[in-house]
Design a protein around this ligand. Structure first.
Ligand code: XMP
Length: 319
C-alpha cells in the first residue's frame, strides 16, 4: 500500500544515504515546495542543513516576513536571510525578454547559494523544492517537439565549476502530493494551502522592464486582489490568483483630472497540477469591486482587466 507516511520515511532514508555526513544548503523561495523540502531534509539530517532565504525584492507584500517567521518561530532550523534586492533589481535593469529575466534570476540564485555555502565552511549539497511538472515543462512540451516553454528558475542543473550536488526530494511529486507531504510533516494548514508562487517572483508578472517602483505598484494591487478573494471565501477554491502590471498606459479620468497610468491585469485559475488550467469564473460584481478598489487605492494604475485565457493556449504566468 502506498501512503504519504511511507513515502516520507522512504525519502528520509534516501536523503540520509545520499548526504552521508555532508552539509546541505537549502534555498527557501517563500513558496510551499521549498518549505516542505527543507522540513523533510531537516527531519532526515538535522543540523547538517542550513536554509538560505534569498529576498530578491520580487516577493509579494509581507511574504518575506511570513517565511522567515515560520522558520524562525516554529522550527529550529538555522536560517540565513539574504537581502539581495539591489543585486536582483540591478541585474534586471533594462532586461525585458522573459527568458533573459528567468536566466539571470536562476544564475543570481546560484551565485548567492555558492557564497553562502562558502560562508558556512563549504556545503556538499544544494537542496531545492523542484517538482515533477517543473522538470517536464522546462525541457519539453507534451505531445509536440522538444521546445522550452519556460526555463524554470531551479531546473537545468548546476554550473560545472560548482562542487555541490543537487538534493531534490520532491522531484517525483505533483503539487497536491507536496501539500499532503507538508501536512504529514506537520506544517500549518494555512501555509501548506498557499497558492503557488514562482521563484522568479514578480519579475515575471511585470512584462517589460522591472523596477522597484513597478514592483511596489504591483504589490499593492496584488494585496488588494488577494484580500478581496479571502474576504469572499474563495481562496481555497482557486489554484492561483495574482495581479500583473502591464507596460501599457491608457487615458482615464479621476474626479475632473485626466490620468495616464498603467493597466493592471488580474488572473485566477483552477488547476490540479499547474500543467493545464481553467479560468476561475468570478461573479462580475466581485471583479468590479476589486477593480474599483485597485484604481482608488493604487497610484499608478487607472485601468483593470481580467484575463480569460485557459492553459493551454495561455500559460498561468504571463512570462
Ligand atoms: P506556467 O506559467 O508555466 O506555470 O503555466 C505553471 C506553474 O508553475 C509556476 N512557475 C514557476 N515556479 N519557478 C517556480 O518555482 C519558475 O521559474 C516558475 N515558472 C512558473 C507558476 O506559478 C504556476 O504555478
Amino acid at each position: 500500500d502506498w501512503t504519504m507516511a511511507a513515502y516520507k520515511d522512504q525519502q528520509i532514508k534516501a536523503i540520509r544515504e545520499q548526504v552521508g555526513d555532508g552539509k546541505v544548503i537549502c534555498g527557501l523561495s517563500g513558496g510551499v515546495d521549498s518549505a516542505v523540502a527543507a522540513v523533510l531534509i531537516h527531519e532526515a539530517i538535522g543540523e547538517q542543513l542550513t536554509c538560505v532565504f534569498v529576498d530578491h525584492g520580487l516577493m509579494r507584500a509581507n511574504e518575506a516576513e511570513q517565511v522567515v517567521g515560520l522558520f524562525r518561530g516554529h522550527y529550529n532550523i538555522p536560517l540565513v536571510h539574504v537581502d539581495a534586492e539591489e543585486q536582483f533589481l540591478g541585474g534586471l535593469e533594462g532586461v525585458t525578454d522573459p527568458e533573459k529575466k528567468r536566466k539571470f534570476i536562476g544564475g543570481a540564485f546560484i551565485d548567492i547559494f555558492e557564497k553562502e555555502a562558502k560562508a558556512i565552511g563549504g556545503a556538499d549539497f544544494l537542496a531545492q523544492g523542484t517538482l515533477y511538472p517543473d522538470v517536464i515543462e522546462s525541457v519539453s512540451f507534451t505531445g509536440g517537439p522538444s521546445v522550452t516553454i519556460k526555463s524554470h528558475h531551479n531546473v537545468g542543473g548546476l554550473p560545472e565549476r560548482m562542487n555541490m550536488k543537487l538534493v531534490e526530494p520532491l522531484r517525483e511529486l505533483f503539487k497536491d502530493e507536496v501539500r499532503e507531504l507538508g501536512r504529514e510533516l506537520g506544517l500549518p494548514d494555512a501555509f501548506v494551502g498557499r497558492h503557488p508562487f514562482p521563484g522568479p517572483g514578480l519579475a515575471i508578472r511585470i512584462p517589460g522592464e522591472v523596477t522597484k517602483e513597478r514592483c511596489d505598484i504591483l504589490r499593492k494591487a496584488d494585496a488588494i486582489y488577494l484580500d478581496e478573494i479571502r474576504k469572499a471565501g474563495l481562496y481555497d477554491a482557486i489554484w492561483q490568483a495574482f495581479a500583473v502590471l502591464l507596460p501599457v498606459r491608457t487615458v482615464g479620468v479621476m474626479g475632473d483630472a485626466r490620468t495616464y497610468d498603467s493597466v493592471c491585469g488580474l488572473r485566477a485559475v483552477t488547476s490540479v497540477d499547474g500543467m493545464t488550467a481553467d479560468v476561475y469564473p468570478f461573479e462580475s460584481q466581485f471583479l468590479q469591486n476589486v477593480a474599483t478598489r485597485i484604481i482608488n487605492e493604487v497610484q499608478g494604475i487607472n485601468r483593470v482587466v481580467y484575463d480569460y485565457t485557459s492553459k493551454p493556449p495561455g500559460t498561468i504566468e504571463w512570462e
